[in-house]
Design a binder for this molecule. Structure first.
Ligand SMILES: [Zn+2]
Length: 242
């Protein structure tokens, strides 16, 4: 095969791999953002449990004050019983005291309920903090792995760029220019197309027989008369019998 043609085929392979690697590399920020979203979700989860605790604590403080006020009210009512002159007033006062005590009892029950809530929320915080730590450890491990993976892409690209440089150094300038132009103008970066079954694999149009005869020789650079891509022919090796 013509050396220039051979070099161009290698060059195209490297360029395709470089493009694929560059496309993969671009996805790193996207992956990192995904990790960040999970970190935020874990934090929100913890914040919610903390908020539940604060709300329960606040409610308990309010009920404590209610109970104190209620207790004072009952105390005052009881103190008044000494001043009562008749039975009717006394019965009315007893009713009022009873109502006040019932109300205080309800407030106490509500405080007990809130204390249970506070305990549950405190437990919830411990569990959420543990979940958050576990998630953070998992996120950090994933991030480390991602960065290692992407560092490998860089390494691979560096190696390929070196190989590309070496090949480019051997390609004639005019041929290189022709290749570069095709590379940017043709879909999928296919500048060199295989002539397969007398058709160009770049544009799928058939190649005139006299052109195809020369393409098959792989002796020089021949372009497709339809799309302008550089054509090459891959020898089909018949499978051996037995
Ligand atoms: Zn073509």
């Amino acid at each position: 095969m013509d050396q220039q043609l051979n070099l161009l085929i290698q060059l195209q392979e490297i360029d395709a791999k470089l493009r694929a690697l560059a496309a993969q590399k671009k996805r790193l920020p996207e992956f990192l953002a995904g990790l960040e979203r999970r970190r935020e979700a874990s934090k929100t989860d913890l914040d919610k449990v903390k908020e539940a605790l604060q709300t329960a604590q606040k409610n308990k403080r309010d009920r404590d004050q209610d109970l104190e006020a209620g207790a004072q009210k009952v105390e005052k009512l009881k103190a008044r019983s000494a001043e009562i002159k008749n039975n009717k007033e006394y019965q009315a006062l007893l009713k009022e005291i009873e109502a006040g005590e019932q109300e205080n009892k309800a407030t106490e029950d509500s405080i007990l309920g809130l204390m249970e809530k506070i305990d549950a929320a405190a437990q919830g915080i411990i569990a959420a903090e543990q979940r958050s730590r576990d998630e953070e450890a998992a996120l950090q491990a994933e991030q480390k792995q991602l960065e290692a993976e992407f560092a490998k892409f860089d390494e691979e690209m560096g190696g390929m760029e070196q190989a590309r440089k070496e090949i480019v150094g051997k390609v004639q300038p005019a041929v290189l220019t022709q290749y570069q132009k095709l590379l940017v103008s043709k879909a999928g970066g296919v500048a060199i197309a295989e002539a397969r079954g007398e058709a160009c694999s770049g544009c799928y149009m058939s190649i005139p027989p006299q052109v195809f005869v020369n393409v098959k020789k792989n002796e020089k650079i021949i372009t497709c008369p339809h799309c302008g891509r550089i054509l090459f022919y891959k020898e089909v090796i018949a499978p051996k019998n037995g």
